[in-house]
Design a protein. Structure first.
Length: 260
C-alpha cells in the first residue's frame, strides 16, 4: 500500500537491523523503500541492499553537506547509475543551513557538485533526489539552468516555502513530505502540503531521522511512513488508502514500477 521514497538503511542506526526492518515494513503494509546514497564510499553498501532485497532500490550520489569525501564526476555517476537496482541520482542539492562561518558565496563548491549530479541525471535519464535546506532559490535556479526542463526529480523532505514548492511544480518536480508533517510546530509546512496536488506528492521517512508522532525522538524506520500518509490524508481530507494509492503511483511514475 505504501512506499517510503527516502530512507538511509545503510546508516549505523539501521544497517544491523535489516531483517527486523523488513518484517516491520510487511506488517505496516509498506511494500517498498528507496535506499538513499550520501557518499560514493557508501554506495556499495546501499547498492547491496537493492541487490539482495526486492523491496529495496538504490540511488547514487553525494550529499551536499558531506565534505572530505570522494568528489563525484559525471562519468562515474552515470556508470554507477546504470547498474541493476539503481533508480535515481542523489541525494544531491544545496544546503546553506550550516555555513560554519562561511558565506553563501563560499559554497560555490556545493553548487558545482549539484551541477555535476544534474548533468549526470540528464545523461542517464534517471530522476534526481534533491536535498534543499535554506537554499530554495539557488536550488531552483540551478535546476532551471542545468536541468533545462529535461530532468525529473523530487524535492525530498520538503521544508521550504510555498513559493519554492510552486517553482518546483512548474519544473515538473515532485514534492516529498516526511514525518515533519506530524510535528506540532509544522503548520506552515502543512499549509504548503494543502496546496501541492496529490498527484505530485510523495511520502518518506528520511529514516533514521525525523520519526513521526507518536515515535518522535526515536529511531525512524520505513514502517513509520504510514504515519506520514495518515497526516497527509488529514491535510487533504481523504483516506489513508487514497494517499497510499496516489503516492505509490507517483513513485512508480518517477522511479519506475519495479525494484531490482
Amino acid at each position: 500500500m505504501f512506499v517510503d521514497s527516502h530512507c538511509h538503511l545503510s546508516f549505523p542506526e539501521l544497517r544491523g537491523r535489516i531483517e527486523e526492518i523488513r518484517q516491520a515494513m510487511q506488517e505496516a503494509e509498506v511494500d517498498r523503500a528507496l535506499c538513499i546514497c550520501t557518499t560514493l564510499e557508501e554506495f556499495p553498501t546501499v547498492h547491496q541492499l537493492a541487490l539482495r532485497h526486492p523491496e529495496f532500490a538504490a540511488s547514487v550520489g553525494v550529499h551536499p553537506d558531506n565534505e572530505g569525501v570522494q568528489e563525484p564526476d559525471e562519468t562515474l555517476l552515470v556508470q554507477l547509475a546504470r547498474q541493476r537496482g539503481v533508480v535515481a541520482i542523489g541525494e544531491t542539492g544545496l544546503d546553506y543551513y550550516r555555513l560554519n562561518g562561511r558565506s553563501i558565496g563560499d559554497m560555490a563548491w556545493q553548487r558545482e557538485r549539484f551541477r555535476v549530479h544534474i548533468r549526470a541525471a540528464r545523461e542517464c535519464g534517471l530522476p534526481l533526489v534533491v536535498h534543499t535546506r535554506a537554499a530554495g532559490d539557488d536550488t531552483i535556479t540551478l535546476l532551471r539552468e542545468v536541468g533545462a526542463g529535461q530532468v525529473a526529480g523530487v524535492l525530498h523532505c520538503f521544508t521550504e516555502t510555498r513559493a519554492v514548492a510552486e517553482a518546483a511544480l512548474e519544473l515538473g518536480l515532485y514534492i516529498s513530505f516526511s514525518g515533519i508533517l506530524t510535528f506540532k510546530n509544522a503548520e506552515e509546512l502543512r499549509e504548503v502540503a494543502r496546496h501541492v496536488p496529490l498527484e505530485r506528492c510523495l511520502i518518506e521517512t528520511d529514516s533514521p531521522y525525523l520519526a513521526p508522532v507518536p515515535f518522535r525522538g526515536k529511531t525512524n524506520q520505513p514502517a513509520y511512513v504510514r504515519h506520514v500518509a495518515a497526516a497527509l490524508a488529514g491535510i487533504k481530507g481523504c483516506t489513508v488508502e487514497e494517499i497510499g494509492a496516489s503516492t505509490t503511483a507517483n513513485y512508480d511514475r518517477l522511479f519506475g514500477p519495479q525494484h531490482g
